[in-house]
Design a protein around this ligand. Structure first.
Ligand SMILES: C[S@@+](CC[C@H](N)C(=O)[O-])C[C@H]1O[C@@H](n2cnc3c(N)ncnc32)[C@H](O)[C@@H]1O
Length: 188
């Protein structure tokens, strides 16, 4: 199985604490608002957000969760996120390399925002299986990804196709526009 290397992200974060401008981009702000608006439940008990970066979506998700585990394999954005959200006592930040350090917990929400296309088909299928085996029946799994050209292993659309191939996930919400695709699946 293969995934985009840690070195790629080290280079990205060497130039900027927020290389994708998550903190100030109007495009991201709207996409994040649509993402949380698409959550079928008002409140989740225990959520997981791998690849949280500087934690902008994390902050919005935190308002919809009793507890949220936000993880990234890069310490710089994690520190930025945990400093900004220091007042939020329901968010736990952990340095984790996905899928090797997948948490040994059970979730009712898992959010894959702009991270699934960093893996190849087999690695993402494995991650989807991990999600299924660490979620309760009725849990929600969110995917939201850029649809444009990248040099990542998968396109956003292909990443969602692979997640959707898992028979334990049923599509609940589908939203696609030129720039991004947003899907919410329910764990059967
Ligand atoms: C494009 S950013 C997306 C940030 C956030 N999810 C959002 O949508 O605002 C991708 C993040 O995933 C992290 N990441 C990539 N591969 C990872 C892996 N295998 N394990 C943990 N984090 C990873 C990167 O360090 C980066 O911060």
């Amino acid at each position: 199985m293969s995934s985009t290397s840690l070195t790629y992200f080290q280079k990205m974060y060497a130039d900027s604490d927020d290389p994708w401008n998550f903190l100030h981009s109007d495009y991201e702000k709207r996409k994040y608002a649509l993402t949380v608006a698409s959550l079928p439940k008002e409140l989740y008990a225990n959520a997981f957000e791998p690849g949280c970066s500087v934690g902008v979506l994390t902050e919005l998700l935190a308002a919809r969760c009793h507890r949220l585990l936000a993880a990234d394999f890069m310490s710089i954005p994690l520190l930025c996120a945990s400093n900004r959200l220091a007042a939020r006592d329901n968010v736990q930040f952990e340095e984790r390399n996905i899928p090797d350090d997948w948490p040994d917990e059970i979730f009712d929400l898992v959010v894959l925002s702009e991270i699934a296309y960093y893996f190849d088909d087999a690695a993402l299928a494995n991650i989807t299986e991990l999600i299924v085996s660490t979620t309760v029946v009725g849990a929600h799994v969110v995917g939201v990804h850029w649809r444009g050209q990248t040099n990542y292993p998968l396109s956003g659309d292909r990443a969602h196709e692979i997640i959707a191939q898992n028979a334990a996930l049923q599509l609940k919400v589908h939203h696609a526009e030129d720039d991004f695709v947003l899907d919410v699946w329910e764990r059967a």
